[in-house]
Design a protein around this ligand. Structure first.
Ligand code: RIB
Length: 308
């Protein structure tokens, strides 16, 4: 197995309703199907990396409720080392409400709960994991201070860092400069750049603008259009795989988890992005966050069957 991936981030229990169309203001929709699953961007990325064949450890906080126990057990079953998942007394585990409409688009609302108890102290306690990491992967569902501290610590120990700036949040230029990989979607890129990122040419421009701010590689995911990658030379476009979309929840997380594994395996960037795009494509054909994460075998098979 290639080197270890340390994911520092959030875990949630997702309460999902899938319906024919999303309700307008004041409207009640009565045809929804309900599903309770495990989610949270950090946990989703950790599980996705483990299922893609990575050696993964997760640094996180859960509440002392029944969800906290279940979140830990579920990640362990996916093959994630949960030794650095702390239980915070008297606090609820993170929760998310997800509404999915026709075509797989979603509305999401998160109550961070124990995720906002992940502080510098927990990151410090995971120092030995970070020291041995081939890649440290982060997202933005934890406190900004914890996020920037983790970046500083990992960079100080010369560990490669992948930040998925999701959901979009202000970040210091100093932290941006320390990143090896920055992964954002169109709206997150727009948030960082201050101009619309609604087409491939705009994404290419945004990727160059962001790369000039420090990250060695910038990847902008543009939904069904694929990924725009700026690492060396002019930005390139990796098209997405065409699949019937059931639910796009966690597609970005699965992309990041699989990408992390491919990068740690030292796959060339174009191959790594193709591998991650295949994992994300499989994810959108299924309902829910962690139940949709494909295994390595499924991703490899999908790529073998692809004729393009
Ligand atoms: O990225 C998808 C995730 O965002 C969901 O699983 C939900 O928990 C929110 O964190």
């Amino acid at each position: 197995m290639a080197g270890a991936i340390v994911v520092i981030g959030s875990s949630n229990v997702d309460f999902i309703m899938k319906m024919a169309h999303l309700p307008r203001r004041g409207e009640t929709v009565t045809d929804a199907v309900f599903l309770q699953t495990f989610g949270g961007k950090g946990a989703n990325q950790a599980a996705a990396a483990a299922r893609a064949g990575g050696d993964v450890a997760f640094v996180n906080c859960v509440g002392d409720d029944r969800y906290g126990v279940a979140i830990r057990e579920n990640l362990q079953a996916a093959g994630v080392d949960v030794g650095s998942v702390a239980t915070v007394p008297g606090v609820a585990s993170g929760t998310a409400l997800v509404m999915i409409g026709d075509g797989g688009d979603n509305y999401l609302s998160v109550a961070p709960g124990a995720n906002y108890r992940l502080t510098r102290a927990e990151v410090d306690r995971a120092r030995s994991l970070i020291d041995g990491a081939a890649l440290v992967m982060l997202q933005c569902e934890i406190l900004p201070d914890t996020l920037e501290y983790a970046i500083e610590l990992a960079a100080g120990r010369r560990r490669p860092i992948l930040l998925n700036l999701a959901p979009a949040r202000a970040i210091s230029e100093a932290s941006l400069r320390k990143l090896n990989y920055l992964v954002v979607n169109e709206s997150e890129a727009e948030f960082l750049c201050g101009f619309p990122v609604d087409s491939l040419p705009c994404a290419a421009r945004a990727a160059e603008v962001l790369r000039a701010r420090g990250p060695q590689a910038v990847l902008i995911t543009i939904g069904s259009q694929g990924v725009c990658v700026a690492c060396d030379g002019p930005p390139t476009h990796v098209p997405a795989f065409e699949v019937p979309a059931v639910d796009t929840t966690a597609a970005g997380d699965v992309f990041c988890g699989a990408l992390a594994v491919a990068l740690v395996e030292r796959q060339p960037m174009a191959d790594a992005v193709r591998f991650a795009s295949a994992a994300a494509a499989l994810c959108v054909t299924r309902l829910g966050a962690q139940p949709s994460i494909p295994t390595r075998q499924e991703v490899d098979r999908f790529l073998q069957l692809d004729s393009r």
